[in-house]
Write a protein that binds this ligand. Structure first.
Ligand code: ASP
Ligand code: MG
Length: 471
């Protein structure tokens, strides 16, 4: 069994939805799929605009925007659902959702206040609409499919906009409401992102929450795999805008994926896939534009995957721009204790988060994102010693599980970087990443050199792949 999640850009237009239907029906030949959908691209943002307009009593604007949402979904129906009676009933369903949305707008306007609870109700319409159209389009193409209201399965607490599921209840619900449908050979179509409290009030799991829904459902239904269909060719060795030769990574571990996403790369957020990690369910990141390419599989145990080998030293290079270095130096640090604690508590009080640290006996260098509250920190630090700021730097992180056990990596990094002024370096003993800080201007040169060093050899070819549009 597979959970297949499609993001907004993979279902947002007629072409995209047709392609998604082809992908789902091809999978159906192999196994029973549960399809989890986001709202059509841009719809959630529009719903938030509607909610905020309603809260400010800008009813006309809110109604106009909901008209746009109705028109968009009716356009999809127009092409994707042909059988007359089905067509009529799905048009009615779309119209009914949008009337409910308009009722909500009027209700919020009358009360004069947008509550967290009604905010979530607004947001839920995107997924309700996309799944309704998608399921009917599947039926219209002759497949057996069933629409499931996720609010009957995903029972959450009442932390609106960031609700968390009661897992035991939900997994029982999933087994009772979804499993029998799969067993009878149906394709199940349901919503990502939304849930409901025990009292039946609609909740949402937070922006981008559909990936989380997919991972949870996968865990509850003990699915063999989770597929996340997006508009990119899996996880890349580097941002292709920086390095045109960037390749997609075939296999990576959960730790590598988590590390990369903390370091600023556009990968799945580690928290969202943790339900899958815990049950050792592989997560595939796939491109709906190039369904034939293999994408990236993220797994906690690469050894158990058939047909793919996990190797490669460096897996990916992540870049975080907009950083600045704070250099602090004081003779008072020599042989003292508690000095570091004092320095860091200044950052803590100002709410400034420190990213990288490198220290010697009398000086410490650290990187922070450029923020307004930094000035207050610097004033306090100046009372304790010499402070120097280097603005406009970027952190480059070289990530790979095998880094910690391999020799000669540092040598290769430094050789590759011989034309670049490295401002700071950090690598911990058990770390799976080496961090370098360079001037922002040097980022393209530095990253291209590193990418060439680690990804151009033949030894790595089996686990990296050119994106489909470059083949
Ligand atoms: N539609 C929601 C959002 O845009 C959830 C998702 O796409 O995962 O945040
Ligand atoms: Mg999304």
């Amino acid at each position: 069994m597979a959970v297949m999640k499609f993001g907004g850009t993979s279902i947002g237009t007629i072409t995209a939805m047709k392609r998604a239907i082809d992908i789902v029906t091809a999978e159906r030949m192999r196994t029973a799929p549960v399809v989890v959908l986001s709202a059509c691209g841009g719809v959630t943002n529009k719903l938030i605009e509607i909610a905020e307009s309603a809260g400010k009593s800008e009813v006309e604007k809110a109604i106009r925007l909901s008209g746009e949402i109705r028109a968009h979904h009716l356009e999809l129906v127009d092409i994707l659902v042909q059988e007359p009676s089905r067509r009529e009933s799905v048009i009615t369903a779309v119209m009914t959702y949008v009337s409910e949305l308009e009722e909500l707008i009027k209700g919020v306007d009358i009360v004069g206040e947008l509550t967290a609870r009604s905010y979530d109700s607004f947001c839920s319409f995107g997924e309700l609409l996309s799944t309704t159209v998608f399921c009917q389009a599947l039926l219209d193409s002759g497949y057996e499919a069933e629409w499931v209201d996720m609010r009957r399965v995903m029972i959450t607490d009442d932390t609106f906009s960031m609700a968390r599921p009661f897992e035991e209840i939900c997994s029982k619900n999933a087994r009772e409401a979804i499993q029998p449908l799969l067993d009878s050979g149906k394709i199940v179509v349901t919503q990502g992102f939304i849930g409901a409290t025990k009292e039946g009030k609609t909740t949402t799991l937070g922006r981008g929450g559909s990936d989380y829904t997919a991972a949870l459902l996968g865990a509850w239904l003990q699915s063999d795999e989770i597929q996340i269909w997006t508009d990119v060719d899996g996880v890349m060795t580097c941002d292709p805008r920086l390095v045109p030769e960037a390749k997609s990574i075939r296999v990576m571990t959960f730790t590598e994926a988590a590390e990369l996403s903390y370091l600023g790369a556009k990968v799945l957020h580690p928290d969202t896939i943790s339900p899958a990690v815990q049950q050792n369910i592989p997560v595939y990141v796939l491109s709906s534009h190039h369904p034939e390419s293999k994408g990236t599989v993220i797994t906690s145990n690469p050894a158990t995957l058939e047909g793919t080998s996990y190797s490669g030293l460096v897996k990916s290079i992540a870049v975080k721009k907009g950083q600045c270095i704070v250099n602090f130096r004081s003779n008072r640090m020599l042989g003292r204790y508690g000095f570091m604690a004092e320095i860091f508590s200044i950052f803590a009080r100002a709410g400034v988060s420190v990213d990288m640290v490198s220290t010697s006996e009398v000086s410490v260098s650290l990187t922070v994102s450029r923020t307004a509250s930094l000035e207050a920190v610097l004033d306090e630090l100046r009372n304790m010693g010499e402070v120097e700021i280097e603005p406009d730097v970027a952190t480059i992180s070289i990530v790979g599980d095998n880094l910690r056990t391999s020799k000669g990596v540092a040598g290769r990094i430094f050789t590759a970087m011989k034309e670049v002024n490295i401002r700071m370096i950090s690598q911990g003993a058990s770390e799976i990443n080496v961090g370098l800080v360079v001037e922002e201007n040097d980022v393209p040169k530095a990253v291209q050199a590193l990418h060439h060093e680690f990804f151009s050899g033949n030894d790595t070819s089996s686990i990296f792949e050119k994106p489909a549009d470059k083949r």
